[in-house]
Ligand binder design. Structure first.
Ligand SMILES: *Cc1c(COP(=O)(O)O)cnc(C)c1O
Length: 380
């Protein structure tokens, strides 16, 4: 028996949707089913599943959880966030198609659009999503609008409902990358987007130990059918164990995010008052330009913040070098706090300020994190 999730709030859905107590053993924890093939009965009817690329019990459970978390009609799980983006592009774009991308976008996603889909004659236009007029112009004749908010790494807040409406008016598909906010803090499908993307590698799975991605859909129409066909036929699917890990991690999303958000707010406030820091980017601070919109559009400001050292790249790298608890590593949303000098890994054409460090607050005690930052900053 798998529960229906209709009456539940998101934290409960994260634990129970797609979950069932095993009828044979009474096991409460979900089993991992590694079988690639599934038997038919004597009449040659399928007993359950068919073949693991098409579907398996762990992916079914994970996709049910994803659908319920995002409040959509359906979800499809993929082997990574970028595999999910690639599947969506393969499903909905034809040669000659135009996609409008925001100035601040996950840089791998922008490279995927340009370097992989460019040769298939998909055109990319970059528009500042805070500039309604520029976005409206870019949308003329466009097929897809990419929304990413809070943006990475400067945490700009983009008006999802306004941009989704603009996309709809131009006949373009509105897609929102909801990785940074998570489904608990923001619901783009309820604000007019047709598709939501997640890198479940980050907060959903939450422990820096499984790569994964997902697409969630407002309705089960043509776009969903095409994406499901690409999932089945192009086959960038997660393994049963990947799905099991992600499903297991998502159970604690609500508790993790509550602590990570509280830590981020306290560190953002402390950094904003620190003499070595020129700017703090965190939508939970009243002085953040998107604070008001974030309060309307989000249910919390999340666990990621970034800050700028007045003295540029060298000062930022010096702080990163002196940290002893916070780990120098890319990615975010895990149990370990991580810090990243984005300009270094984005390369020479990176628009990111050279003195900027992005901090993903993990599950350590906030005081220990503050002390680590304090000692690293005191020598700068
Ligand atoms: C990490 C990330 C992705 C890509 O996910 P992968 O699992 O690394 O492929 C996409 N969007 C955002 C916002 C991300 O942070």
């Amino acid at each position: 028996m798998t529960h229906s999730s209709a009456p539940w709030r998101p934290a409960t859905r994260a634990v129970h949707t797609g979950h069932s107590v095993d009828p044979l053993t009474g096991a409460v924890a979900e089993a991992i089913q590694p079988s690639t093939t599934f038997a038919r009965d004597a009449d040659y009817e399928l007993i359950g599943h068919d073949y693991a690329r098409t579907g398996n019990p762990n992916r079914e459970s994970w996709e049910a959880c994803l659908t319920a978390l995002e409040g959509g009609a359906a979800a499809l799980a993929f082997a990574s966030g970028l595999a999910a983006q690639a599947a969506l592009f393969q499903a909905v774009l034809k040669p000659g198609a135009v996609v409008v991308l925001p100035t601040d976008m996950y840089h791998g996603g922008r490279r995927l659009a340009r370097e992989v889909f460019g040769p298939w004659d998909v055109q990319t236009r970059i528009a500042d999503p805070l500039d309604r007029e520029a976005t409206a112009q870019a949308l003329v004749g466009a097929d897809l609008l990419w929304i990413e908010t809070p943006s990475n790494p400067t945490l700009k807040i983009i008006d999802i409902a306004a941009l989704a409406e603009l996309a709809r008016a131009n006949g373009a598909l509105a897609v929102c990358d909801n990785t940074l906010a998570t489904p608990l803090l923001q619901s783009p499908l309820h604000l007019g987007c047709a598709v939501v993307l997640h890198a479940s590698t980050k907060y959903l799975a939450g422990h820096s130990d499984v790569t994964g991605g997902a697409l969630m859909f407002a309705e089960t129409g043509e776009v969903f059918d095409r994406c499901r066909t690409v999932q089945h036929l192009a086959g960038a699917v997660p393994s049963a164990f990947d799905c099991w890990l992600a499903r297991r991690g998502a159970m604690s999303l609500s508790a993790r995010l509550a602590q990570q958000s509280a830590t981020a707010l306290s560190l953002a406030q402390w950094l904003a008052a620190h003499p070595e820091i020129a700017r703090v980017h965190y939508p939970g601070l009243p002085e953040h330009p998107g604070h008001g919109l974030a309060q309307r559009q989000m249910r919390g400001a999340g666990g990621v913040l970034s800050f700028e050292l007045a003295d540029g790249a060298e000062a930022a790298l010096g702080v990163a070098r002196r940290l002893s608890l916070i780990i120098r590593a890319t990615s975010f949303g895990g149990a370990h706090s991580t810090i990243e000098h984005r300009a270094s890994i984005e390369g020479p054409d990176s628009p990111t300020p050279k003195g900027l460090l992005r901090l993903s607050c993990g599950l350590e005690d906030a005081e220990d994190l503050r002390a680590d930052l304090a000692q690293a900053l005191s020598l700068s």
